[in-house]
Design a protein around this ligand. Structure first.
Ligand code: 5AD
Ligand code: SF4
Length: 372
């Protein structure tokens, strides 16, 4: 029996697909090369922008002919898209040949649901479950081992669907994280540990008496072995001096920070509920540059947030010029149903959004060239 996993979206999803692979291998499935030879196909989806969801609808639709050929083929859709009950329902209604729609909260029970489907049920499962520490990963990223340190997000940036589909922040216990990393290092083939969370800087705030993120990093760096450590993603509002000092001090820590600014304009930052100003953001950048020379700094930006004027967009443009990032991602604002920003007046015309994102990306290219 073979499985085939299709992954969309961020590193968190890439890592969760490693968990899905682990679960399937436990059930006796082997990794297949193509969809055609698979007995089970799993789509691990992303909901961050509309484009990501459209791609999933198109590609799941294409599976209909495979299902016709092979009646026993099991098709499961999981990930951020499926945690929204409306989207889960829409998937099941549009594609009756899909067997399992399983939200992010219940992924670890996938094996159980596969057994249920074999007995002839179509399933939609969205309720909240606990993180199951005992399930294996089948690591697939070469010398890099992804390590999840926390789930969820409490920030509710007004454009973002993540808090709705990933729930509230829940940190893993430091002892479990350290144990997992020790085991990974013992295998000998991993040289890079990448810690994952939506907002790693608030790691531990939900555990009384627990380690802060900087303390967790220091503990990880004390482990024996020839390896480097990096992490993503940082929120500027929670980035502490202690963290900057730790990155500067610890040899094993990569000198690299992904610090999404999202906008360079204070009115827009406020509307986004980001909880910092352009000035505070620049302060942090200056502190990082002073403490960690040659630190690689990267960022994400959203253009065309509701009511964003040309002048306000130019504040984002000038921030990118000023910081001289090592690289940036620039996204067109995509309204996500259920978020505050999607209800705001003043949604921006698509053509204007596209023009702004192109200008920002051209600036990025120009800066990259000057750097080279
Ligand atoms: N529209 C466009 N981009 C978004 N991001 C998050 N939500 C949206 C949205 N609704 C971007 C942010 C975030 C990155 C992962 O995706 O820039 O940092
Ligand atoms: Fe979304 Fe903001 Fe949380 Fe990042 S910090 S996941 S952008 S709500």
């Amino acid at each position: 029996m073979k499985y085939f996993i299709v992954t969309y979206g961020c590193q968190m999803n890439v890592h969760e697909s490693e968990k899905i692979a682990g679960i399937l291998e436990n059930l006796g499935y082997e990794c297949g090369e193509t969809r055609e030879e698979a007995d089970i196909i799993v789509f691990n989806t992303c909901a961050i922008r509309e484009g990501a969801e459209d791609r999933v609808f198109g590609n799941v639709g294409n599976l209909k002919k495979l299902k016709k050929k092979n009646k026993n083929l099991i098709i499961a859709v999981c990930g951020c898209m499926t945690q929204k009950s409306q989207t889960a329902q829409k998937l099941l209604n549009t594609f009756p040949f899909v067997d399992i729609v399983i939200g992010t909260f219940n992924l670890t029970k996938l094996g159980y649901y596969i057994e249920a489907v074999k007995k002839g049920r179509q399933l939609e499962v969205l309720e909240e479950g606990d993180i199951d520490e005992s399930l294996p990963y089948k690591r697939t990223s070469g010398e890099n081992a992804w390590i999840n340190i926390m789930q969820g997000c409490n920030n509710f940036c007004t454009y973002c669907i993540v808090p709705y589909v990933r729930g509230r922040e829940k940190s893993r216990k430091a002892e479990n994280i350290l144990k997992e990393i020790k085991e990974v290092l013992k295998e000998g083939k991993y040289k890079k540990i990448t810690l994952l969370g939506q907002n790693v800087n608030s790691y531990g705030k939900d555990i009384e008496g627990g380690l802060s993120f900087a303390e967790l990093l220091s503990e990880i760096c004390k482990l024996d072995g020839d390896f480097t450590v990096s992490f993503m993603t940082s929120h500027p509002k929670d980035l502490t001096d202690e963290l900057i000092e730790t990155i500067a001090r610890e040899e094993k820590l990569e000198k690299s920070i992904h610090l999404p600014a999202q906008s360079g304009n204070n009115r827009i930052l406020k509307m986004m509920n980001r909880n910092y100003t352009r000035e505070k953001y620049l302060d942090i950048i200056n502190k990082i540059r002073a403490a960690i020379p040659n630190c690689r700094i990267t960022s994400d930006f959203i253009v065309g947030f509701p009511t964003e004027t040309e002048e306000e967009f130019l504040d984002t443009y000038s921030l990118v010029e000023e910081v001289k990032y090592d690289s940036i991602f620039a996204f067109i604002y995509s309204p996500r149903e259920g978020t505050v920003a999607s209800q705001m007046d003043g949604q921006i015309d698509e053509a204007i959004k596209r023009d702004r994102v192109n200008r920002l990306l051209n600036l990025e290219k120009k800066l990259q060239k000057e750097e080279a």
